[in-house]
Design a protein around this ligand. Structure first.
Ligand code: ARG
Length: 579
């Protein structure tokens, strides 16, 4: 599937290859998008000067005058050949592609026949799901959508931290403080866990010493789980189920459905065979009573621990086993781990072990890392819960919505639903708009800013395209693209044309922010277009007079609407029809 922009780029490249008498590959290595002020594509001649034994300026001038590329205006600028796509037939091609593909526009079939496994969200059970979990959740969800839109079979895995001492803490804590009637309330379980954790660890702030006996009972409980004690396992099952049911409420608000809920517990009893494989290659050895992978380590690099002195396995043991299991089940072309940068060493080591084991596919494993969120602790130093932040976003959005309705700036049949869509859209977009590896500071002003670089701003832009289309009697079936000659219109056409490339780049770099940024640009251009019409009546989309020009402008508005709707949906935002 070639996109419109690729087809034009190809035409320019072929003409260049012919004029220069070099191969298409030679040209394509150099050709790149131009600064939009000057052109659409630019071809630097410097690399060819040697082979052609001609000065770059001379090559550019000669080629510019000889080039047979009827879809372009060609000009030499120094040693560059610049090509600006002529408005027609380009505009027609872009509008047709967008409008024909509709809700698929921007996607592709590049992943057809391939599977991608995406490990995302993956919270630890029995512990609270804190705000910062939004990062893995939102980035992973956006990537899952983008891969799916590009034809991949997506296997989204919520790899729960569902095995470990924390269950012992909840169990022992429950005997102490638990209310059997509230056994099915996650908030109660979390409360119990937090108390138990403080007691076992000691409360540094209050200068309390750790309660060793308490901690030992928690460990003993976990050991019972490991040994398969039915009573201990029944308690674990129940806490696990209650927690998952609770997580699902948050995921539902975010529009997320995982293909798989599984977790570390899945690998209980399955690690021995993988440890045996590691022992065969690259080898294992004992170190202070523990079992470690025998492989070259960098200076100061901690060894990869497979088993502790007491025989218990570790996070890395489970991740190595899980990767082998995932490849056996899915034969993935890629597997992504959407996990904080803090765990970079862990993943580097896990991938290295798999590579040394001789797993061909180890090179397709990618740690999609991300930075931290600042400003999300409560005054007591506890982390804010994700659910509470979503509730607050929704409540704050509702205030704004009601204000806007009262002042006649907003319309909706369901203010509460709209507020939820805007509030959550604001949170999700705020998390995705910056390159994922950067840290960010959480600020409500950024999140719900209707005029700023925010989710609500984009949702509003989308709703506005719809309201214009509705006022104009709907999107026209046919329109004459040749009439779209305003600079504002041509800029918009280019933004719409770029969407498929932006999606492809976002997948290549596992970087949803590329799409987020592009949507902001598209919305800003649409806003400029719209505003231009307020100042100059001849530039209005909804011209007073019905006719081909008005239809063409509505056709363009329709293409913008589809681009915004698709981009927003893929990022995980709702697209309310009215706002
Ligand atoms: N449960 C882990 C945590 O909260 C994240 C798991 C990430 N996925 C993985 N395969 N290790 O830190």
């Amino acid at each position: 599937m070639t996109t419109v922009l690729e087809a034009y780029q190809r035409e320019f490249a072929e003409a260049l290859a012919k004029a220069l008498n070099v191969t298409l590959a030679d040209v394509e290595r150099q050709l790149k998008p131009a600064d939009p002020q000057h052109a659409d594509f630019t071809f630097p001649t410097f690399a060819l000067a040697k082979t052609l034994k001609e000065a770059p300026l001379a090559i550019a001038a000669r080629v510019a005058s000889q080039l047979e590329a009827p879809s372009f205006d060609i000009a030499a600028a120094g040693g560059y050949v610049n090509a600006r796509i002529k408005a027609m037939p380009f505009t027609g091609h872009v509008l047709d592609a967008a409008r024909a593909q509709g809700l698929g526009y921007g996607g592709s079939d590049s992943g057809r026949g391939k599977t991608v496994v995406i490990d995302y969200s993956s919270p630890n059970i029995a512990k609270p799901i804190a705000y910062h979990h939004i990062r893995s959740t939102a980035i992973g969800h956006a990537l899952a959508n983008l891969y799916r839109a590009s034809g991949y079979q997506v296997e989204g895995i919520n790899y729960l931290g569902d095995w470990g001492k924390q269950f012992g803490l909840v169990a022992v804590g429950f005997q102490e403080w638990g209310d059997p009637a509230r056994k099915h309330e996650v908030s109660h379980l979390v409360e119990v866990y937090q108390k138990a954790n403080k007691r076992a660890d000691g409360d540094k702030k209050a200068n309390l010493a750790p309660d060793v006996a308490f901690d030992e009972s928690a460990r003993a409980f976990f050991r019972r789980m490991e040994l398969g004690d039915p009573q201990a396992l029944a308690f674990w099952e129940e806490v696990r189920r209650v927690s998952i049911d609770d997580f699902k409420k948050v995921y539902q608000r975010l529009g997320i459905a995982f293909e798989h809920y599984e977790g570390e517990s899945r690998y209980q009893g399955k690690m021995e065979s993988v440890i045996a494989q590691i022992t065969a290659k690259p080898g294992t050895k004992e170190s202070d009573g523990a079992l470690i992978v025998d492989m070259p380590y960098d200076d100061n690099e901690p060894p990869v621990l497979l088993k502790k002195t007491d025989g218990s396995t570790l996070y890395a043991t489970r991740d190595i086993t899980a990767a082998v299991d995932r490849f056996e089940r899915f034969h993935f072309a890629r597997a992504l781990y959407v996990v904080a940068t803090d765990q970079s060493l862990h993943f580097r080591q896990v991938f290295k072990v798999l590579d040394l084991m001789g797993k061909e596919w180890a090179k397709t494993l990618t740690h999609v890392n991300f930075g931290r969120v600042h400003g999300m602790s409560t005054r007591q130093g506890n982390l804010k819960l994700l659910r509470e932040v979503l509730d607050e976003a929704s409540a704050r959005a509702l205030e704004k919505v009601n204000e806007n309705i009262a002042e006649g700036r907003m319309q909706t049949d369901n203010p509460k639903l709209l507020a939820e869509q805007i509030g959550i859209g604001g949170i999700v977009f705020n998390d995705l708009k910056n390159p994922r590896t950067t840290d960010y500071t959480f600020r409500w002003e950024d999140i719900l800013n209707f005029e700023g670089h925010s989710g609500p701003y984009l949702q509003y832009a989308h709703a506005r395209t719809l309201s214009i289309l509705t006022k104009g009697g709907g999107a026209p079936k046919q329109c004459d693209a040749a009439l779209l000659t305003l600079p504002e219109e041509q800029a918009l056409v280019r933004s719409v044309a770029k969407l498929p490339k932006v999606v492809a780049d976002a997948i290549e770099h596992n970087e949803p922010s590329l799409l987020a940024r592009h949507l902001l640009e598209l919305a800003a251009e649409f806003s400029r277009y719209f505003t231009a019409g307020n100042q100059d009546r001849t530039k209005r989309i909804l011209l007073d007079e019905e006719g081909p020009l008005r239809a063409a402008r509505l056709g363009l508005t329709d293409a913008v609407r589809l681009s915004l709707a698709n981009g927003l949906r893929w990022l995980g935002l709702a697209t309310p029809e009215r706002m």
